[in-house]
Ligand binder design. Structure first.
Ligand SMILES: Cc1cc2nc3c(=O)[nH]c(=O)nc-3n(C[C@H](O)[C@H](O)[C@H](O)COP(=O)(O)OP(=O)(O)OC[C@H]3O[C@@H](n4cnc5c(N)ncnc54)[C@H](O)[C@@H]3O)c2cc1C
Length: 417
């Protein structure tokens, strides 16, 4: 049967937007018709209206750099990104710490940090270069999956497609409408985020500090308006999060300084603050004939290790390959192709979620013996190259499945732009 389009991606956030470019990049010469349907208008100058591209910053692993390059988005992202040269991991109030350094690992960087609004700008501006990709402003409210097509309801109209990719975020209404079961763990914690102006230049250093209330990260950002800056992700119990969100700026900075210490000198200024509830979720069924579920709709992780989007990009790269092959074979919605994607990525999904959850749990155990073991663990990670390499591989996403993501020695292009 002829359909209105070949592929619909419901949700033009960080993952849906990148996936569209990735599929198109895999089909030069004969691209499928890809329709990205997103409630917020497609306008590179208004990208910040979309909740995916809000005031958060995202730590991108090396694997993400390779995937974004493939989608021809990396050049624009890189202009706004800050290189992570080293990561310092410590346990507040206890001995032991670990320092991971890109040069020690013969890597160009341990990762990059970019503000989500710039990521949004790059993803939206980058779509123009892919002829088969079309953006539609609208909300997909229902999906009927038939044998050879899917019928969608979009703002009161119907639309037919051969493949539906669900990318509508962690609280995916479409996933629910399709009756997909989700395993969900509520961490009963909130992540408070803000950009912080700091006294000393960060020199590409990221800090991961574990405290008795939860982990705290300070990620390096490019300087702006004469300020040195880091992006804060501060995990707290909900009542503490509400309290620090309500504090006047000076009180907030004082409390943060007390918890974080003086490694970046005095904390001088705080930008807009926001908070996010933290949970782990995993959609038990991510592919069906003519349907794939991706991004936060498929899995959400604790953000402590900055892995959610990185994992989703590795998924998206493999899914794009499988869909492109299926398109060349005549049907982009064929189950064997979608299943091949999931078979390739499921282990990565579990491993990444377990890694993110594991380090949170280990570092929030408050038993005195636990903190001593943690100190020993951090020291061991710091001095034992094999252990450290393993940790680096987990955090950078290198060496996963795809040959492109294996370690590459490449010269860094500078600390920030
Ligand atoms: C505090 C915090 C810090 C984080 N830091 C990192 C990090 O450093 N590194 C990292 O890798 N990951 C990080 N993450 C995870 C990362 O933000 C997510 O993996 C990512 O946002 C998932 O993107 P998504 O496109 O799947 O979902 P979303 O960003 O939620 O986008 C969903 C999109 O779908 C649209 N939509 C919703 N409903 C519909 C509908 N019915 N029809 C059509 N469209 C619809 C929405 O408007 C939106 O554009 C962090 C997360 C948090 C909370």
């Amino acid at each position: 049967m002829s359909t209105d389009t070949d592929i619909v991606i419901a949700g033009g956030g960080m993952v849906g937007g990148t996936l569209a470019a990735l599929i198109a990049s895999q089909c030069p010469g004969n691209p499928p018709r890809i329709r990205v349907i997103e409630p917020f208008p497609f306008d590179a100058s208004k990208h910040h209206d979309n909740p995916s591209f809000d005031q958060r910053s995202t730590a991108l692993a090396l694997s993400a750099m390779h995937v974004l390059s493939q989608a021809k988005l990396w050049r624009d992202v890189e202009k706004r990104a800050c290189v992570i040269d080293s990561i310092h991991v410590s346990d507040r109030g206890h001995f032991g710490s670990m320092l991971m350094r890109a040069d020690e690992e013969q890597l160009p960087a341990l990762g990059y940090v970019v503000e989500n609004r710039f990521l949004g700008q790059a993803i939206m501006a980058g779509q123009q270069q892919w002829p088969g990709v079309q953006w539609q402003t609208g909300k997909v409210s229902a999906a009927q999956v038939g044998r050879d097509h899917v019928t969608l309801e979009v703002d009161g109209s119907t639309l037919t497609t051969r493949l539906l990719v669900v990318a509508d975020g962690a609280r995916s209404a479409l996933r629910e409408q399709l009756g997909v079961r989700v395993e969900h763990t509520d961490y009963e914690q909130m992540a408070v985020i803000a950009n912080i102006a700091i006294e000393k230049p960060h020199e590409g250093r990221a800090f991961e500090r574990f405290t008795d209330q939860g982990p705290m990260a300070m990620l390096p950002l490019p300087d702006a308006e004469g300020w040195h800056r880091s992006a804060l992700v501060w995990t707290l119990p909900p009542e503490e999060a509400a309290s620090v969100l309500a504090m006047p700026d000076e009180a907030f900075l004082e409390k943060l300084q007390q918890r974080f210490g003086h490694r970046l000198g005095r904390l001088l200024k705080v930008g807009e603050r926001a908070s996010y509830p933290l949970s782990r979720s995993h959609a038990c069924e991510q592919v069906r004939p003519r349907v794939a579920i991706v991004g936060n709709a498929a899995h959400a992780l604790h953000p402590v290790a900055g892995q959610g989007f990185n994992l989703a990009l590795r998924d998206a790269a493999v899914l794009a390959e499988c869909i492109a092959q299926a398109w060349r074979d005549g049907d982009p919605g064929s189950l064997p192709a979608l299943q091949a994607y999931l078979d390739a990525q499921l282990a990565d999904q579990y491993r990444t979620a377990d890694f993110s959850e594991g380090i949170t749990r280990i570092f929030t155990m408050r038993h005195p013996l636990a903190s001593r073991l943690r100190g020993i663990g951090l020291l061991a990670l710091d001095v034992l190259p094999i252990l450290k390499k393993h940790f680096v591989r987990e955090t950078t996403g290198i060496g996963r499945h795809h040959p492109e993501w294996k370690m590459r020695s490449q010269k860094p292009k500078g600390k920030s732009a």
